[in-house]
Design a protein. Structure first.
Length: 488
């Protein structure tokens, strides 16, 4: 059967789902997306897009704070430090959510123009090649577990059954909460609930120092909040390059954030117009608001997955191979519900790979060794390929060079005080196998390193490429030249 004669049903309209749908439509298949919360999913509506927009707002305010350091004064006006610039959180959040909704509409228009049918509702598997849709379900992305498919809902919602040659499950994940810290949407919040704040927190206590916790702690600090970040590990961002994480933590502290390392939250409770976070060692941290950033849970319950032969891990994630196949014939999965790598870019790639494999198009299995990722703190942390831990623990035989940006002429002009570039090159061949950039807009600077990793360039090829002078990218070329000297 050709791709044009196959029907594809996608459950979930996030990055993995809508990118897969577009790819399948391009190949000529009849495609249907079932989405219960809004096209774009949490990534567009409550997570990635809104959080990065909030961070951009905080970074814009920080430019005013830095004005005096570069000799710029505001005649007749105050600047931050004197707090002449303030964030009005209702206006900020209104703009952010308008942006998110606009992005969701753009996705809908792309799908419509590609001929994809979009059904608002909840999808579940009925068995081989069959999807049940409870139409009309319209969940608000609040971080709560999606409501199960209740048989008593027939009087409110229409049930229909779809036949499919290929089924893709891309239902994402929701915030994990603690039994002793239940969000109320007012003072105790998940990262999907903060967009309804009516006032800027006076003192925000962020529980969890992973990517989400660190990014939002940075954002609210930049907006003028007092912030306490509770980390159960020795440092913030424990899963990242240690040198990079140490730089960010040092910046956090220098800017006034309280960072509590080796401190695990035991409970959170409301206390009048504030909150009290009780640590497991008995200490208490009082604040006006608490933000839970302690991981996520896949949206895979009450969908008939296991009954249809789809194997789930102990954590509830859908188990997939490198071409996104599940254990059930004709059923694929993509995105955060698989637990492969919680990035929108990975979800989208998994979805496209699933479509290519299922419809007989050319396909290359997912390769995580070439994935670049970014943490949107200030400075940002961008990484690709081999890590320092891989080298230190003997998994990869490679050498590294790290250059501080304080020596870079463009960085000096921009008054940058923190950051570095780090390159890893395989011993012997001097092939570039990884890198770390800690800098403003590191998300842009990592791209040439990602190109080098993907195309297996050696340090000589990399450094022989002209860079602009002065530029931040000049430090990338210099690091490659130094690795050539070591390789000799």
């Amino acid at each position: 059967m050709s791709a044009a004669n196959k029907s594809v049903v996608v459950i979930g309209g996030g990055p993995g789902g809508y990118e897969a749908a577009l790819a399948a439509a391009q190949l000529g298949s009849e495609v249907t997306i079932v989405e219960r919360s809004g096209l774009g999913g949490a990534a567009v509506l409550t997570d990635c897009v809104p959080s990065k927009a909030l961070i951009a707002t905080a970074d814009f305010m920080d430019r005013f704070s830095a004005a005096k350091r570069i000799g710029v004064h505001f005649d007749g006006a105050q600047v931050p430090g004197d707090q002449g610039v303030t964030a009005h959180i209702t206006d900020v959040n209104s703009r952010i959510m308008d942006l998110a909704r606009a992005q969701s509409r753009d996705i809908g228009e792309r799908l419509e123009s590609a001929g994809v049918e979009v059904i608002q509702g909840a999808g579940s598997l009925l068995g081989s090649g069959r999807v049940q849709v409870l139409e009309g379900v319209d969940d608000v992305l609040s971080g709560e577990e999606p409501a199960p498919h209740d048989e008593d809902c027939d009087h409110e919602h229409t049930r229909r059954e779809l036949e499919a040659d290929v089924i893709l499950v891309s239902t994402g994940a929701r915030p994990r909460v603690l039994e002793s810290a239940q969000p109320d949407g007012e003072r105790i919040l998940t990262w999907q609930q903060i967009w309804n704040l009516a006032e800027l927190p006076e003192h925000l206590v962020v529980i969890g120092s992973g990517v989400t916790g660190a990014e939002l702690a940075h954002a609210y600090l930049g907006l003028g909040c007092r912030v306490t970040l509770i980390s159960s590990r020795d440092r913030v961002l424990p899963g990242e390059d240690a040198d990079a994480a140490n730089v960010v933590e040092e910046v956090f502290r220098r800017r006034g954030m309280t960072v509590l390392n080796r401190s695990r939250a035991g409970a959170v409770r409301r206390d009048g117009e504030g909150v009290v976070v009780t640590l497991e060692d008995g200490r208490e941290v009082e604040g006006s608001h608490a933000l839970l950033a302690v991981g996520s849970i896949p949206n895979t319950t009450d969908m008939g997955l296991e009954e249809a032969g789809v194997r789930l891990s102990r954590s509830g994630h859908v188990e997939v191979d490198r071409v996104s196949r599940t254990s059930a014939a004709g059923v694929y999965a993509a995105g955060d519900c698989t637990g492969v790598f919680p990035l929108a870019s990975i979800a989208a790639m998994q979805g496209r790979i699933a479509v290519a494999h299922s419809l007989g198009d050319a396909v290359a299995p997912l390769s995580l060794g070439k994935v670049s990722s970014n943490i949107f703190t200030d400075p940002e942390i961008a990484t690709v390929g081999v890590s320092q831990a891989d080298v230190d623990e003997g998994r990869v035989d490679a050498r590294a060079v790290m250059l501080p940006l304080t020596k870079n002429p463009r960085a000096k002009m921009q008054n940058l005080q923190d950051g570095f570039v780090k390159l890893f090159a395989r011993s012997g061949s001097a092939t570039i196998v990884g890198g770390v950039v800690v800098a403003p807009r590191a998300s842009e600077l990592i791209f040439p390193i990602a190109l080098a990793v993907a195309n297996r360039l050696n340090v000589d090829q990399f450094s022989a490429t002209f860079t602009v002078y002065p530029s931040m990218s000049g430090s990338l070329s210099e690091a490659a030249r130094q690795l050539h000297e070591i390789a000799d």
